[in-house]
Design a binder for this molecule. Structure first.
Ligand code: HEC
Length: 155
């Protein structure tokens, strides 16, 4: 009897851990050592990425880019964005970090988890459906919702 109680308590704790793990997305550690894109400058002030940005792709995402944007479960892509302060040839202060992670449970956003972070790496709490997915659906529905392509990297 006692062991059943212990077993159920352990199971319960596992479920709590799994659920809270899914709810709070952390910025992957060490993403700056992933494959890095060329430096991209966007001078259109209406763009979300107005400024300078770099895209980082993990191993699975690199294979996805090389497969003409077909990404396997678990692929991760991070964008680091910097402001333009005067001279666009120099990166201004960092202002935003965003993440896409292929996760088939995220059916409302094309099977990708979208998350935004502040420069401190803490979640910015943006709603992925209303804040993120619109542009990606419009611009890249035929490319697995990933707008950039292998041309953005030097493979
Ligand atoms: C205004 C339109 C727009 C919105 C809103 C938007 N994105 Fe994007 N996103 C883009 C564009 C355009 C690119 C491609 C940048 C490039 O080619 O360098 C991109 C690229 C990305 C990438 C790199 C992979 C890819 O698709 O090329 C990630 C990761 C990403 N966005 C995450 C997010 C997240 C998370 C949000 C919500 C917080 C978001 N985006 C909201 C337009 C948008």
């Amino acid at each position: 009897m006692k062991s059943t109680v212990v077993l159920f308590s352990v199971l319960f704790l596992c479920i709590i851990a799994a659920v809270s793990g899914a709810a709070s997305t952390a910025l992957p550690k060490g993403y700056t050592s992933w494959k890095k894109s060329d430096r991209k400058v966007v001078t259109d002030k209406n763009s979300l990425f107005y400024g300078i940005h770099y895209i980082y792709a993990d191993k699975k995402a690199q294979i996805g880019y090389l497969s003409v944007n077909r990404f396997a479960e678990g692929s991760r892509i991070v964008v680091e964005s910097y402001t333009i302060k005067g001279n666009p040839a120099i990166d201004g202060p960092k202002n935003m970090i965003v993440l896409m992670k292929k996760d088939k449970r995220q059916t409302a956003t094309g099977g990708w988890l979208f998350a935004g972070f502040g420069v401190d790496g803490k979640p910015s709490g943006l709603d992925p459906v209303t804040t993120c997915f619109g542009c990606h659906k419009k611009d890249a529905a035929q490319k697995d919702y990933v707008i950039s392509t292998k041309k953005d990297f030097r493979f």
